[in-house]
Design a protein around this ligand. Structure first.
Ligand SMILES: NC(=O)c1ccc[n+]([C@@H]2O[C@H](COP(=O)([O-])OP(=O)(O)OC[C@H]3O[C@@H](n4cnc5c(N)ncnc54)[C@H](OP(=O)(O)O)[C@@H]3O)[C@@H](O)[C@H]2O)c1
Length: 311
């Protein structure tokens, strides 16, 4: 009898339902919103702290009793093992902030630890391998849709953000093939405002939806709902907002319809190659156009003078 009462009491606590959670990317815009939700629900949380790069926010996290800080980096496998020890769910919302440099054409990007090839791809492999060792049950990863290398947003993000989209997709593929329970969330365009007239839409199986604005806090809510919802196991979700009345006000009714991935996702190498080809072709066109514009600007005074002389 006593055993049943203890079990009932225990099941009422969040600790029982959510287990222990780790957050990677806790100082980012989305990471802050996720940690805020975890603190609000008093969920036992470990966060990864990049000692040299992270903001002072990490000092603030020190004050919360449910938070434990682990120093490290996704490029450092040992630190990820330390982070995931005793953790049930890992929420990975990290991402490279690196801007493209001209020298990228000749340099080996893998030598730069801030490059997306390391942060979004090889870092994801470190997380997967660490999760296998520590027996972490579930990885929730926030990426973006990387299946359309020729789309204008993909080209712009890749062109200026060191091929961020390509390597985020490669990381997704590793997670899907890892044999670890995963949930991949592809949000719309995230922002800090509070959605007032929001109406939420969620699609599974990596279905493409035109990206619309969605707040960091709504995606943070979704990350938390995914920790406990049974339907999200091994699913790739697209999460956006729509016009009021066309969606729902919370994720719960939408999560009820989610199913595990059944689609065959495009091959990792082929997609990476397409991203690089798309960016290379657009770069060549841009260089050509800039060249033509500069030449015309230089020739313009000469043409002007000649036309005056003729007149
Ligand atoms: N913003 C959008 O509209 C949007 C849309 C779709 C998908 N996404 C994806 O959502 C994710 C989060 O977005 P966000 O706007 O919150 O990004 P963000 O503000 O740029 O935050 C990035 C986070 O990643 C961490 N990080 C960077 N390199 C790391 C490393 N080597 N090891 C560990 N952590 C590292 C950063 O830590 P430091 O503070 O220490 O640098 C920071 O906490 C990204 O992966 C992005 O691709 C964003």
């Amino acid at each position: 009898m006593l055993y049943i009462i203890i079990l009932c009491l225990f099941s009422l606590t969040n600790a029982f339902s959510y287990g222990n959670v780790a957050v990677i990317g806790a100082t980012g815009n989305l990471g802050k919103a996720v940690v805020h939700e975890l603190c609000k629900n008093k969920i036992s949380t470990k966060i990864l702290n990049r000692q040299n790069n992270s903001s002072n926010l990490i000092n603030l996290y020190n004050e919360y009793p449910n938070i434990k800080i682990v120093n490290g980096d996704v490029n450092n496998y040992e630190s990820i093992v330390k982070l995931l020890e005793g953790v049930d769910t890992c929420i990975a919302v990290h991402g490279s902030k690196r801007k493209t440099r001209l020298t990228d054409i000749i340099r080996r990007n893998v030598n730069d630890l801030n490059h997306p090839v390391n942060v979004n791809y090889l870092g994801m492999i470190n997380i997967i391998n660490a999760a296998k060792i520590t027996k972490t049950k579930h990885i929730i990863r926030v990426t973006g849709n990387g299946e359309k290398p020729w789309s204008i947003p993909s080209i712009i993000i890749n062109l200026f953000g060191s091929m961020h989209k390509a390597w985020n997709y490669a990381g997704e593929c590793e997670l899907r093939d890892s044999n670890i329970t995963y949930t991949i969330i592809r949000p719309g365009i995230m922002h800090n405002d509070i959605d007032t007239d929001f109406s939420l839409i969620l699609r599974d199986n990596g279905m493409f939806l035109h990206p619309t604005k969605i707040s960091y806090s709504k995606i943070a809510n979704l990350c938390l709902d995914c920790i406990t919802h049974p339907n999200v196991k091994n699913s790739t979700l697209t999460a956006i907002t729509t016009q009021p009345g066309y969606g729902t006000s919370s994720w719960i009714p939408l999560l009820k319809n989610v199913k595990s991935d059944t689609k065959e996702f495009p091959d990792k190498l082929l997609i990476i190659l397409k991203h690089y080809i798309a960016v290379s072709i657009i770069s060549i066109i841009l260089v050509f156009l800039i060249n033509v514009i500069i030449k015309n600007m230089l020739l313009l005074p000469v043409i002007n003078r000649i036309s005056w002389m003729i007149l």
